[in-house]
Write a protein that binds this ligand. Structure first.
Ligand code: SF4
Ligand code: SF4
Length: 457
C-alpha cells in the first residue's frame, strides 16, 4: 500500500539508510480516540522528563484540583508536574519507573468530581502575547516532547540569538511500527495542531512551518492539507515510508537536506522539530490554560484483545488500560513505546507518564541468545547516522568506553535499525546504551572530582 501511495504522490523525500519493518498499524489505526477509564488513584511521578526531577509542593492530606502543580520544576531543563484528577493527596510513594529504578510519585485519591484548578481549562486571549509569554506558559504547563523523547518543550523554544530558527517541522510521521495515536490525532483534531503550530512559530519568531506525514497515512495527509489550505506560513509534506523517518535528524535531512552536526541539535541548522501531540498540547496550554495532565496512548500488539487509542490521564496505572483492552493468555513481552525504540518491561505495574506514546503487548519474546559478529556489514549499510554499529557493539562488550566514544557512540539515536537487520541477533542497541551510560557516569565522576578540587583551593 505504501508503494502505491508513493507512486501517486510522485517521488517522496527521505534520508539515507533505514529499514522497512512491517508496521502492524492495521491493529489500531481504525480505532477512534476514546477516553481511558479514570482510576480511583493516580500516581504522578516526579521524574517524567529529560533533566532535573521535580520537587514535591504538596503533602499527605492536601486537597488538589486538576491542573494544580504538585511538583515544581527542579531547574531550567525540567518541567513541573500537575494533578491529573481532583482529590486528596494520599502521600508520596516510591514506584518503579520505566527505566527500572524507583522514583517518588505524588499519589492522589480521585474524588470523582473532575474539578479544575482556578483559571485552568478556560479560553485565553493570547493575541498580544510575545514569545517570552508563550514560552513561560508552555513551561508552566509542564510540556515535554510527547513523541517519546520527553525533552522539556520550553527549552526547545529558547534557542540562543545566534541560532535563529528558520523552519519549524511538525512531526506527524509516527514511523514506529504499531503506534497510531499521532495518526488519529491528525484525523480527529487537525485544527488544534495548526493552531499549536502557529503558536510555536510566534514563540521562536519563525515564518515557515512544514507538517511532515509519512506516505502510509494518506488520509491524515489530505486532512492536514485541507486545514492548511491558503495558509501562507504552513505547508504539508508527504515523506517516504521508512524507519526511522520520524527521528529528528533524519526528518531534517529528508525535508531540508541539512545535516545536524555530531553532538549538535536541530537548532544548529536552524530547525525546530515538534511532535504533533506536543503541538496540540502547546495549543491547549496557551489557548486554554490547560496543563499537561493527559496524553494519547496506543495500547496494541498481538497480545491485546481490543487494540485501542486512549486519551489517558497522567498517572493512570497501565493495568487499568490493559483491563480495558484485555490481554491474551500467554502474552510474553511488554514494551513501553514501539518495538524499535521502546523499552521492554518486566512488570505492568507502571503508570502513564508524559512520554508514554504506546503500550505494546506481544505473544513472542526474544530468546536472548546471540552469536558473534560475522562482519556482514548490514548494520553499517542501514545505520541512519553513518556509525559502525558492529564495531561499537564489540567495543562496548569489551568495556572499551573511550574507544567507543572516539567512534562517535554518543551520536547513536538508539533507533534499533542495526539490531533489526543483524543476522547474528546481536543486542547492539543494548550494548551501545551501556557504553553511553558508562561514559555519562565517568563524566559525572570527573566533574565531581574537579569541583571538589576547586573547593579545596
Ligand atoms: S548504531 Fe544507533 S543510530 Fe545506528 S542503527 Fe544502531 S541504534 Fe540506530
Ligand atoms: S549486522 Fe550483525 S553480524 Fe552483521 S556486521 Fe552488523 S553486528 Fe555484525
Amino acid at each position: 500500500m505504501a508503494h502505491a501511495v508513493a507512486k501517486s504522490y510522485g517521488t517522496l523525500k527521505t534520508f539515507p539508510g533505514g529499514v522497512h519493518p512491517s508496521d502492524r498499524k492495521e491493529l489500531s489505526r481504525d480505532c477512534p480516540i476514546e477516553d481511558a477509564p479514570i482510576p480511583e488513584r493516580v500516581y504522578i511521578p516526579l521524574s517524567q522528563h529529560i533533566g532535573a526531577p521535580c520537587k514535591p509542593v504538596v503533602e499527605k492530606g492536601d486537597t488538589v484540583r486538576m491542573g494544580q502543580v504538585v511538583g515544581e520544576a527542579g531547574g531550567f531543563v525540567s518541567a513541573p508536574v500537575h494533578a491529573s484528577v481532583s482529590g486528596t493527596v494520599a502521600g508520596i510513594e516510591e514506584r518503579i519507573h520505566i527505566f527500572g529504578a524507583k522514583v517518588p510519585c505524588v499519589v492522589i485519591d480521585n474524588d470523582g468530581r473532575d474539578q479544575w484548578f482556578e483559571g485552568c481549562n478556560q479560553p485565553v486571549d493570547y493575541s498580544d502575547w510575545d514569545h517570552d509569554a508563550i514560552r513561560g506558559k508552555v513551561r508552566q504547563a509542564g510540556l515535554a516532547g510527547m513523541g517519546g523523547a520527553t525533552f522539556p518543550t520550553h527549552v526547545k523554544f529558547s534557542p540562543p540569538p545566534e541560532k535563529p530558527i528558520d523552519t519549524v517541522i511538525i512531526n506527524g510521521v509516527e514511523c514506529e511500527p504499531y503506534l497510531t495515536c499521532d495518526y488519529r490525532l491528525m484525523l480527529e483534531s487537525p485544527q488544534r495542531i495548526i493552531d499549536g503550530a502557529e503558536i510555536i512559530l510566534r514563540a521562536v519568531r519563525c515564518n515557515r512551518c512544514i507538517i511532515a506525514v509519512e506516505a502510509n497515512k494518506p488520509d491524515a495527509y489530505e486532512v492536514m492539507r485541507e486545514y492548511v489550505s491558503g495558509h501562507d506560513k504552513i505547508s504539508v509534506e508527504m515523506l517516504e515510508v521508512k524507519y526511522p523517518q520520524g527521528a529528528e535528524k533524519q526528518l531534517i535531512k529528508a525535508l531540508l537536506g541539512r545535516e545536524v552536526p555530531s553532538g549538535g541539535l536541530p537548532m544548529d541548522v536552524g530547525a525546530l522539530v515538534s511532535n504533533v501531540g506536543t503541538t496540540a498540547a502547546v495549543y491547549d496550554a496557551v489557548a486554554l490554560n490547560k496543563p499537561l495532565i493527559e496524553r494519547l496512548c496506543t495500547v496494541t500488539g498481538e497480545g491485546v484483545e481490543r487494540p485501542s487509542n486512549f486519551l489517558a490521564r497522567i498517572g493512570t496505572p497501565l493495568t487499568v488500560l490493559l483491563e480495558k483492552t484485555g490481554m491474551r493468555p500467554g502474552a510474553k513481552k511488554f514494551i513501553l513505546g514501539g518495538p524499535m525504540m521502546g523499552l521492554a518491561q518486566f512488570t505492568t505495574d507502571l503508570v502513564v507518564i508524559k512520554g508514554t506514546s504506546g503500550v505494546l503487548v506481544l505473544m513472542e519474546a526474544d530468546s536472548g541468545e546471540y552469536e558473534n559478529c560475522i562482519r556482514c556489514g548490514r548494520c553499517v549499510d542501514a545505520c541512519p547516522t553513518y556509525l559502525i554499529p558492529s564495531e561499537l557493539s564489540i567495543l562496548a562488550e569489551a568495556g572499551e568506553w573511550e574507544a567507543a566514544k572516539e567512534k562517535n557512540v554518543l551520536d547513536c539515536i538508539e533507533c534499533g535499525v542495526c539490531a533489526y537487520v543483524c543476522p547474528a541477533r546481536r543486542p547492539i542497541v543494548h550494548l551501545i546504551k551501556l557504553a553511553k551510560a558508562e561514559l555519562l557516569r565517568m563524566k559525572k565522576e570527573f566533574e565531581a572530582k574537579k569541583k571538589a578540587a576547586e573547593a579545596k583551593e
